[in-house]
Design a binder for this molecule. Sequence first.
Ligand code: FAD
Length: 290
Amino acid sequence: MIIENLFAEKKPVLSFEIFPPKKEAELKNIDETLRLLSGLQPDFISVTFGAGGSGADNKTLELASRIKREYGIEPLVHLTCISYSREEIRGILERMEEAGLKNVLALRGDKNPQAPVKEDFQYASELVAFIREQGDFHISGACYPEVHLEAADGVADIRNLKKKVEAGVGHLISQLFFDNEIFYDFQEKLKIAGIDVPVEAGIMPVTNKAQIERMVNLCGAALPEKFRRILDKYGDRKEALFDAGMAYAVNQIVELIAHGVDGIHIFTMNNPIVAGRICQGIKNLIWKGK
Ligand code: FAD
Protein backbone atom coordinates (compact mmCIF):
# COMPACT_ATOMS: atom_id res chain seq x y z
CA MET A 1 0.00 0.00 0.00
CA ILE A 2 1.21 3.46 -0.85
CA ILE A 3 0.32 5.68 2.10
CA GLU A 4 0.10 8.94 0.16
CA ASN A 5 -2.50 7.35 -2.15
CA LEU A 6 -4.79 6.55 0.79
CA PHE A 7 -5.90 10.16 1.00
CA ALA A 8 -7.54 10.03 -2.41
CA GLU A 9 -9.66 7.06 -1.25
CA LYS A 10 -10.55 7.98 2.30
CA LYS A 11 -10.95 11.06 4.43
CA PRO A 12 -9.98 11.35 7.18
CA VAL A 13 -7.18 8.82 7.28
CA LEU A 14 -6.48 7.51 10.79
CA SER A 15 -2.96 6.56 11.82
CA PHE A 16 -1.10 5.68 15.00
CA GLU A 17 2.48 6.26 16.03
CA ILE A 18 4.41 3.86 18.24
CA PHE A 19 8.03 3.64 19.38
CA PRO A 20 10.25 0.56 19.73
CA PRO A 21 10.54 -0.15 23.45
CA LYS A 22 14.07 0.21 24.80
CA LYS A 23 13.75 -2.15 27.75
CA GLU A 24 13.52 -5.91 27.30
CA ALA A 25 10.55 -6.11 29.67
CA GLU A 26 8.60 -3.58 27.58
CA LEU A 27 9.53 -5.41 24.41
CA LYS A 28 7.71 -8.46 25.78
CA ASN A 29 4.50 -6.41 26.06
CA ILE A 30 4.72 -5.12 22.52
CA ASP A 31 2.80 -8.12 21.14
CA GLU A 32 -0.21 -7.28 23.24
CA THR A 33 0.14 -3.58 22.37
CA LEU A 34 0.25 -4.35 18.65
CA ARG A 35 -2.66 -6.75 18.89
CA LEU A 36 -4.83 -4.16 20.62
CA LEU A 37 -3.75 -1.27 18.41
CA SER A 38 -4.29 -3.21 15.19
CA GLY A 39 -7.76 -4.20 16.45
CA LEU A 40 -8.64 -0.50 16.30
CA GLN A 41 -8.09 -0.70 12.53
CA PRO A 42 -5.85 2.30 11.85
CA ASP A 43 -5.02 2.88 8.17
CA PHE A 44 -1.31 2.71 8.99
CA ILE A 45 1.03 2.61 11.96
CA SER A 46 4.23 4.63 12.02
CA VAL A 47 7.25 3.47 14.00
CA THR A 48 9.74 6.00 15.36
CA PHE A 49 13.46 5.80 14.78
CA GLY A 50 16.18 6.86 17.25
CA ALA A 51 18.14 9.97 16.32
CA GLY A 52 21.20 7.74 16.67
CA GLY A 53 23.10 6.33 19.61
CA SER A 54 20.00 4.93 21.29
CA GLY A 55 20.46 1.37 20.09
CA ALA A 56 16.76 1.31 19.25
CA ASP A 57 17.25 1.93 15.52
CA ASN A 58 17.42 -1.73 14.55
CA LYS A 59 14.17 -2.39 16.34
CA THR A 60 12.29 0.08 14.14
CA LEU A 61 12.60 -2.10 11.07
CA GLU A 62 11.93 -5.26 13.05
CA LEU A 63 8.76 -3.80 14.54
CA ALA A 64 7.59 -2.35 11.21
CA SER A 65 8.08 -5.74 9.50
CA ARG A 66 6.01 -7.44 12.19
CA ILE A 67 3.21 -4.88 11.89
CA LYS A 68 3.02 -5.66 8.18
CA ARG A 69 3.51 -9.41 8.34
CA GLU A 70 1.64 -10.40 11.50
CA TYR A 71 -1.05 -7.73 11.75
CA GLY A 72 -1.65 -6.89 8.08
CA ILE A 73 -1.35 -3.15 8.68
CA GLU A 74 0.85 -0.91 6.56
CA PRO A 75 3.81 0.46 8.51
CA LEU A 76 5.44 3.86 7.97
CA VAL A 77 9.12 3.64 8.90
CA HIS A 78 10.60 6.80 10.45
CA LEU A 79 14.19 7.41 9.36
CA THR A 80 16.45 10.15 10.73
CA CYS A 81 19.64 11.27 9.00
CA ILE A 82 21.85 13.78 10.85
CA SER A 83 23.76 11.11 12.75
CA TYR A 84 24.15 8.74 9.82
CA SER A 85 26.40 8.54 6.77
CA ARG A 86 25.11 7.97 3.25
CA GLU A 87 26.43 4.40 3.42
CA GLU A 88 24.55 3.72 6.65
CA ILE A 89 21.31 5.14 5.25
CA ARG A 90 21.77 3.13 2.05
CA GLY A 91 22.16 -0.02 4.19
CA ILE A 92 18.95 0.72 6.10
CA LEU A 93 17.05 1.36 2.85
CA GLU A 94 18.31 -1.94 1.45
CA ARG A 95 17.03 -3.74 4.54
CA MET A 96 13.70 -1.95 4.16
CA GLU A 97 13.47 -3.01 0.53
CA GLU A 98 14.18 -6.66 1.44
CA ALA A 99 11.41 -6.53 4.05
CA GLY A 100 8.93 -4.97 1.61
CA LEU A 101 8.83 -1.72 3.62
CA LYS A 102 8.18 0.99 1.06
CA ASN A 103 6.77 3.88 3.08
CA VAL A 104 9.28 6.07 4.88
CA LEU A 105 8.97 9.23 7.01
CA ALA A 106 12.16 11.11 6.15
CA LEU A 107 13.40 13.17 9.10
CA ARG A 108 16.45 15.15 10.03
CA GLY A 109 16.30 14.03 13.69
CA ASP A 110 16.92 16.09 16.79
CA LYS A 111 20.48 16.89 17.73
CA ASN A 112 21.53 14.36 20.33
CA PRO A 113 24.76 14.64 22.38
CA GLN A 114 25.06 10.83 22.42
CA ALA A 115 25.10 10.64 18.63
CA PRO A 116 27.43 13.17 17.05
CA VAL A 117 26.26 14.78 13.82
CA LYS A 118 27.76 13.35 10.65
CA GLU A 119 28.40 15.58 7.67
CA ASP A 120 26.43 13.74 4.96
CA PHE A 121 22.95 15.13 5.65
CA GLN A 122 22.08 18.52 7.06
CA TYR A 123 18.33 18.67 6.38
CA ALA A 124 15.52 16.20 5.83
CA SER A 125 15.13 17.46 2.24
CA GLU A 126 18.60 16.05 1.47
CA LEU A 127 17.52 12.69 2.87
CA VAL A 128 14.37 12.84 0.72
CA ALA A 129 16.45 13.42 -2.43
CA PHE A 130 18.83 10.60 -1.46
CA ILE A 131 15.99 8.12 -0.81
CA ARG A 132 14.53 8.90 -4.21
CA GLU A 133 17.84 8.00 -5.85
CA GLN A 134 17.93 4.66 -4.01
CA GLY A 135 14.70 3.07 -5.18
CA ASP A 136 10.98 2.98 -5.30
CA PHE A 137 10.04 4.43 -1.89
CA HIS A 138 7.06 6.59 -0.93
CA ILE A 139 8.20 9.44 1.21
CA SER A 140 6.42 11.35 3.98
CA GLY A 141 7.77 14.30 5.97
CA ALA A 142 7.21 16.25 9.18
CA CYS A 143 5.80 19.78 9.45
CA TYR A 144 5.35 22.30 12.25
CA PRO A 145 2.14 24.34 12.62
CA GLU A 146 3.83 26.38 15.39
CA VAL A 147 7.12 26.74 13.46
CA HIS A 148 10.12 24.47 14.02
CA LEU A 149 12.10 25.69 17.04
CA GLU A 150 15.31 26.20 15.03
CA ALA A 151 13.71 28.02 12.08
CA ALA A 152 14.58 31.70 11.59
CA ASP A 153 10.84 32.47 11.39
CA GLY A 154 7.55 31.09 10.10
CA VAL A 155 8.12 32.21 6.52
CA ALA A 156 11.58 30.60 6.37
CA ASP A 157 10.13 27.39 7.85
CA ILE A 158 7.40 27.22 5.19
CA ARG A 159 9.95 27.93 2.42
CA ASN A 160 12.11 25.11 3.75
CA LEU A 161 9.07 22.85 3.93
CA LYS A 162 8.31 23.63 0.31
CA LYS A 163 11.85 22.58 -0.67
CA LYS A 164 11.32 19.33 1.20
CA VAL A 165 8.01 18.63 -0.55
CA GLU A 166 9.53 19.49 -3.94
CA ALA A 167 12.38 17.07 -3.22
CA GLY A 168 9.76 14.28 -3.22
CA VAL A 169 7.50 14.26 -0.15
CA GLY A 170 3.95 13.10 -0.89
CA HIS A 171 2.37 13.38 2.57
CA LEU A 172 3.03 15.38 5.73
CA ILE A 173 2.43 14.66 9.41
CA SER A 174 2.31 17.62 11.77
CA GLN A 175 3.96 18.12 15.10
CA LEU A 176 1.51 17.90 18.00
CA PHE A 177 -0.55 20.98 18.81
CA PHE A 178 -3.39 21.77 21.21
CA ASP A 179 -4.97 24.76 19.52
CA ASN A 180 -6.83 23.89 16.31
CA GLU A 181 -6.90 27.54 15.19
CA ILE A 182 -3.11 27.40 14.83
CA PHE A 183 -3.46 24.34 12.58
CA TYR A 184 -6.13 26.01 10.42
CA ASP A 185 -3.85 29.08 9.97
CA PHE A 186 -1.02 26.75 9.03
CA GLN A 187 -3.22 25.03 6.41
CA GLU A 188 -3.91 28.46 4.89
CA LYS A 189 -0.20 29.26 4.76
CA LEU A 190 0.53 25.95 3.05
CA LYS A 191 -2.13 26.72 0.45
CA ILE A 192 -0.66 30.16 -0.20
CA ALA A 193 2.80 28.60 -0.54
CA GLY A 194 1.44 26.07 -3.05
CA ILE A 195 2.09 23.05 -0.79
CA ASP A 196 -0.79 20.77 -1.66
CA VAL A 197 0.12 17.31 -0.36
CA PRO A 198 -2.18 15.77 2.30
CA VAL A 199 -1.39 16.92 5.85
CA GLU A 200 -2.27 14.80 8.86
CA ALA A 201 -2.82 16.52 12.20
CA GLY A 202 -0.61 15.13 14.97
CA ILE A 203 -2.63 14.62 18.15
CA MET A 204 -1.07 13.88 21.51
CA PRO A 205 -3.65 12.70 24.05
CA VAL A 206 -2.53 14.08 27.40
CA THR A 207 -2.44 11.56 30.21
CA ASN A 208 -0.46 13.34 32.91
CA LYS A 209 0.90 16.74 33.92
CA ALA A 210 4.61 15.88 33.73
CA GLN A 211 4.11 14.60 30.17
CA ILE A 212 2.43 17.79 29.01
CA GLU A 213 5.10 20.00 30.60
CA ARG A 214 7.84 17.95 28.89
CA MET A 215 6.08 18.13 25.52
CA VAL A 216 5.55 21.87 25.69
CA ASN A 217 9.23 22.41 26.58
CA LEU A 218 10.42 20.12 23.80
CA CYS A 219 8.37 21.41 20.92
CA GLY A 220 7.06 24.79 22.07
CA ALA A 221 3.36 23.93 21.57
CA ALA A 222 1.03 26.67 22.86
CA LEU A 223 -1.47 25.73 25.56
CA PRO A 224 -4.86 27.34 24.96
CA GLU A 225 -6.62 28.89 27.94
CA LYS A 226 -9.26 26.12 28.06
CA PHE A 227 -6.46 23.55 28.30
CA ARG A 228 -4.69 25.49 31.07
CA ARG A 229 -7.93 25.55 33.07
CA ILE A 230 -8.13 21.75 32.79
CA LEU A 231 -4.54 21.42 34.01
CA ASP A 232 -5.14 23.82 36.90
CA LYS A 233 -8.26 21.97 38.01
CA TYR A 234 -7.24 18.35 37.48
CA GLY A 235 -3.41 18.48 37.34
CA ASP A 236 -2.98 16.81 40.72
CA ARG A 237 -5.69 14.16 40.26
CA LYS A 238 -4.29 11.46 38.01
CA GLU A 239 -7.52 9.73 36.99
CA ALA A 240 -9.44 12.97 36.55
CA LEU A 241 -6.69 14.44 34.35
CA PHE A 242 -6.67 11.25 32.28
CA ASP A 243 -10.42 11.57 31.62
CA ALA A 244 -10.10 15.29 30.89
CA GLY A 245 -7.10 14.68 28.57
CA MET A 246 -9.02 12.06 26.59
CA ALA A 247 -12.07 14.32 26.31
CA TYR A 248 -9.88 17.21 25.13
CA ALA A 249 -8.20 15.08 22.45
CA VAL A 250 -11.54 13.69 21.20
CA ASN A 251 -13.00 17.18 21.04
CA GLN A 252 -9.94 18.45 19.17
CA ILE A 253 -10.26 15.61 16.63
CA VAL A 254 -14.03 16.08 16.17
CA GLU A 255 -13.45 19.75 15.31
CA LEU A 256 -10.57 18.93 12.94
CA ILE A 257 -12.68 16.36 11.10
CA ALA A 258 -15.57 18.81 10.83
CA HIS A 259 -13.06 21.25 9.37
CA GLY A 260 -12.14 18.70 6.69
CA VAL A 261 -8.69 17.59 7.89
CA ASP A 262 -6.93 15.04 5.64
CA GLY A 263 -5.98 12.74 8.49
CA ILE A 264 -5.49 12.26 12.20
CA HIS A 265 -2.18 10.87 13.46
CA ILE A 266 -2.35 9.80 17.10
CA PHE A 267 0.86 9.70 19.12
CA THR A 268 -0.21 6.63 21.11
CA MET A 269 2.88 6.45 23.38
CA ASN A 270 2.41 2.66 23.00
CA ASN A 271 -0.70 2.88 25.14
CA PRO A 272 -3.61 0.95 23.60
CA ILE A 273 -5.97 2.10 26.36
CA VAL A 274 -5.44 5.69 25.31
CA ALA A 275 -5.79 4.88 21.60
CA GLY A 276 -8.91 2.80 22.35
CA ARG A 277 -10.57 5.62 24.30
CA ILE A 278 -9.93 8.07 21.47
CA CYS A 279 -11.17 5.67 18.80
CA GLN A 280 -14.30 4.93 20.78
CA GLY A 281 -15.04 8.67 20.80
CA ILE A 282 -14.65 9.10 17.03
CA LYS A 283 -15.54 5.71 15.57
CA ASN A 284 -18.56 6.94 13.64
CA LEU A 285 -16.65 9.91 12.22
CA ILE A 286 -13.99 7.82 10.53
CA TRP A 287 -15.27 6.44 7.29
CA LYS A 288 -14.05 2.90 6.79
CA GLY A 289 -13.41 2.89 3.07
CA LYS A 290 -11.91 0.18 0.94
P1 FAD B 1 13.94 19.53 8.53
O1 FAD B 1 12.81 19.45 7.60
O2 FAD B 1 15.33 19.32 8.00
O3 FAD B 1 13.89 20.93 9.28
C1 FAD B 1 14.75 21.19 10.40
C2 FAD B 1 15.01 22.68 10.51
O4 FAD B 1 15.87 23.10 9.44
C3 FAD B 1 13.76 23.56 10.40
O5 FAD B 1 13.94 24.65 11.27
C4 FAD B 1 13.77 24.01 8.95
O6 FAD B 1 13.10 25.26 8.77
C5 FAD B 1 15.26 24.13 8.69
N1 FAD B 1 15.62 23.89 7.27
C6 FAD B 1 15.19 22.89 6.49
N2 FAD B 1 15.76 22.97 5.27
C7 FAD B 1 16.56 24.04 5.28
C8 FAD B 1 17.44 24.66 4.34
N3 FAD B 1 17.56 24.16 3.09
N4 FAD B 1 18.13 25.77 4.71
C9 FAD B 1 18.01 26.30 5.96
N5 FAD B 1 17.20 25.74 6.91
C10 FAD B 1 16.50 24.64 6.58
N6 FAD B 1 12.76 12.56 15.66
C11 FAD B 1 13.44 11.38 15.82
O7 FAD B 1 14.60 11.41 16.23
N7 FAD B 1 12.84 10.18 15.52
C12 FAD B 1 11.57 10.10 15.07
O8 FAD B 1 11.07 9.00 14.81
C13 FAD B 1 10.83 11.31 14.91
N8 FAD B 1 9.55 11.30 14.44
C14 FAD B 1 8.88 12.48 14.25
C15 FAD B 1 7.57 12.44 13.75
C16 FAD B 1 6.86 13.62 13.54
C17 FAD B 1 5.44 13.56 13.02
C18 FAD B 1 7.47 14.88 13.84
C19 FAD B 1 6.72 16.16 13.63
C20 FAD B 1 8.78 14.92 14.33
C21 FAD B 1 9.49 13.73 14.54
N9 FAD B 1 10.81 13.73 15.02
C22 FAD B 1 11.49 12.55 15.21
C23 FAD B 1 11.44 14.99 15.42
C24 FAD B 1 12.27 15.62 14.27
O9 FAD B 1 13.37 14.79 13.96
C25 FAD B 1 12.75 16.98 14.77
O10 FAD B 1 11.66 17.85 14.94
C26 FAD B 1 13.87 17.63 13.99
O11 FAD B 1 14.37 18.71 14.77
C27 FAD B 1 13.47 18.20 12.64
O12 FAD B 1 13.25 17.21 11.74
P2 FAD B 1 12.65 17.53 10.27
O13 FAD B 1 12.71 16.27 9.52
O14 FAD B 1 11.38 18.25 10.37
O15 FAD B 1 13.82 18.53 9.75
